[in-house]
Write a protein that binds this ligand. Structure first.
Ligand code: MG
Ligand code: MG
Length: 256
């Protein structure tokens, strides 16, 4: 991928703007999460997200992205849908659904990118375990985001953690640098080998995003050309934070 070659180091002023973008992004996700109830349509979630973005003078970098241009401000992916689900007024949430919301914020020239997964009402114990492992995998990856480590250290840690719980990591979709563009280098897969890949340096900002599947690692793209589903129809989950490498501890930008 061409975007994966360009690694842009951010200065402290740029990181500060990205932190603001990240705060807005977290506000959006918090608002959307509160709406996750049976009967709510995925278009309702998108409308709520757009309203919060607008209130903060921000827009979504998702809208119009790619080809065919993505039509909405967030992606909503339910159950076997792993990522990139298109919100519609006809798709209503049901009790027991596992919903993944991915949101981007474009603010003052920079992008923040973050995703959460959550259940609607009561969910199965398998779904609850999947949520827990996927979210924890994100933090296992973030812990490796230290200056002097390599991207492969992150990738291996995420893969090992997820597979040790009997789940699978996607191969086709990856974490990525983020900054003025939604996708910059380095590319950070959720699988890999420690000690390989790009050297991490202070000022690098990476959107880490474990995408986890219950059945196998295989995915396919739906007829709408966006929604990615597990090939076997099994449950999936997705968590993401945009995180800066610093001289010390990793700095999570996409929190309140
Ligand atoms: Mg995202
Ligand atoms: Mg991303």
């Amino acid at each position: 991928m061409d975007w994966a070659r360009q690694v842009n180091i951010k200065n402290p002023a740029e990181i500060a703007i990205m932190r603001e973008a990240g705060r807005i992004n977290a506000t959006v996700l918090t608002s959307v999460r509160e709406l996750l109830k049976p009967g709510v349509s995925t278009a309702d979630l998108d409308a709520a997200a757009e309203e919060v973005l607008k209130k903060h003078g921000a827009v979504s970098p998702f809208k119009g992205y790619g080809y065919p241009p993505f039509p909405n401000s967030i992606t909503v992916s339910i159950n076997e849908e792993l990522v990139h689900g298109i919100p519609t007024s006809s798709r209503k949430l049901k009790e027991g659904d596992l919903v993944s919301i991915d949101c981007g914020t474009f603010f003052e020239g920079f992008v923040a990118d973050s995703a959460i997964s959550a259940g609607v009402g009561e969910i199965s114990s398998k779904a609850a375990k999947l949520l827990e492992v996927t979210e924890q995998a994100l933090y296992v990856g973030i812990a490796k985001m230290r200056s002097g480590n390599r991207t492969g250290d992150i990738s291996e840690a995420i893969q090992k953690y997820v597979e040790s719980h009997g789940f699978h990591v996607t191969r086709e979709y990856t974490g990525h640098g983020v900054g003025r563009q939604m996708h910059e280098g380095p590319q950070v897969p959720n699988y890999g080998v420690a000690g390989t890949g790009i050297l991490l340096r202070p000022g690098m900002v990476i959107a880490l995003e474990p995408m986890v599947l219950v059945g196998t690692h295989k995915t396919k793209v739906s007829k709408d050309k966006w929604t990615v589903v597990s090939a076997d129809g099994s449950l999936t989950a997705h968590y993401e934070h945009s995180v800066a490498v610093t001289e010390g501890d990793p700095l999570i930008l996409t929190v309140l």
